[in-house]
Ligand binder design. Structure first.
Ligand code: SAM
Length: 279
């Protein structure tokens, strides 16, 4: 495959393909970035990679060379000819032309055998959060996620307590994954050039997942605590028994006037467990 912008444009013209903004189509045109994503992912020949949105197949091609198999989900069926052409010597790539958000991934995964499962993708920015949420909520058994996302969204995903970017999804993600930024990516490496820069973020599954007495209650507590970001716990949790919450907060020198964004995962866990005990 050739990665020059000129070559990619030529392939688009030959196939009468037009980039679609509604599908978040910003294609990578810099081979170094692609190599970086693949190298940093540490894929091996026992890894099954799920790629969401292969586009013209630039990243897919390199993933296929490193991985056992690559399972792609692509919503835009007009990319089929380009993908068939660009990936013709990659027999270990399977492309499902479907909206990833609607896909039954568990069913598809039954067709594969693998030792580790990674998600590696340059995500369509308009649905970054729903994609990550789907992976978590549907308990897709991924060991690692390496994704390129809009810088602002990436900062929210890897935010720490006490910062303005910290939110319910961050807490949710931290239950299962260690999260870190791998690198910054300039907007100049895409066609068309987006209005914002990107970052590559890595999520590695924690060996010891959270231990909570009632998972449902725990996630509901997180959602409710962040429901109105500017309000404190007393307001956001007014329908909860406040006494057990207060007792936990006191241990940390806090009270109900605190906002959710200041609380660590451990404090949320302790509150959820004490609520469960008080039921
Ligand atoms: N991987 C390619 C690259 O890096 O050059 C393309 C990345 S582009 C940012 C996002 C890709 O996701 C596009 O190919 C787009 O058509 C696809 N896409 C958008 N929404 C999707 C969805 N709901 N399910 C699957 N693919 C989707």
């Amino acid at each position: 495959m050739e990665y020059s912008p000129k070559k990619i444009q030529e392939v688009f013209n030959q196939n009468d393909f037009h980039l679609k903004k509604k599908f978040g189509q910003n294609f990578i045109i810099d081979e170094n970035i692609i190599n970086n994503i693949v190298d940093k992912s540490e894929i091996n020949k026992d890894t099954l990679v799920i790629e969401i949105g292969p586009g013209a197949g630039s990243l897919t091609y390199k993933l296929a060379k490193q991985a056992k198999q690559v399972l792609c989900y692509e919503i835009d069926t007009t990319l089929k000819e380009i993908l068939d052409h660009n990936l013709k010597d990659c027999p270990n790539v399977n492309i499902v032309f479907q909206d990833f958000l609607q896909a039954n991934v568990h069913q598809e995964l039954q067709k594969y055998s693998y030792n580790s499962l990674f998600v590696v993708a340059n995500l369509p920015y308009y649905i970054t959060t729903p994609i990550i949420t789907k992976i978590i909520e549907e308990e897709i058994p991924v060991d690692k996620i390496v994704v390129m996302v809009q810088k602002e969204v990436g900062n929210r995903l890897k935010a720490t307590p006490g910062t303005k970017d910290y939110n319910s999804l961050t807490v949710y993600l931290n239950c299962y994954f260690s999260i870190r930024k791998l690198m910054d990516v300039s907007r100049n490496v895409f066609i068309p050039k987006p209005n914002v820069d990107s970052i590559i973020v890595e999520f590695t599954r924690k060996k010891e997942p959270i231990s909570v007495k009632n998972t449902q209650l725990f996630f509901q507590l997180i959602r409710d605590s962040f429901s109105q970001k500017r309000k404190n716990l007393r307001n956001n949790l007014k329908n909860y028994p406040l006494e057990p919450i207060e007792q936990v907060l006191q241990k940390y020198g806090l009270d109900l006037n605190v906002r959710a964004e200041s609380l660590s995962l451990e404090i949320f866990l302790e509150i959820a467990n004490s609520l469960e005990d008080s039921l």
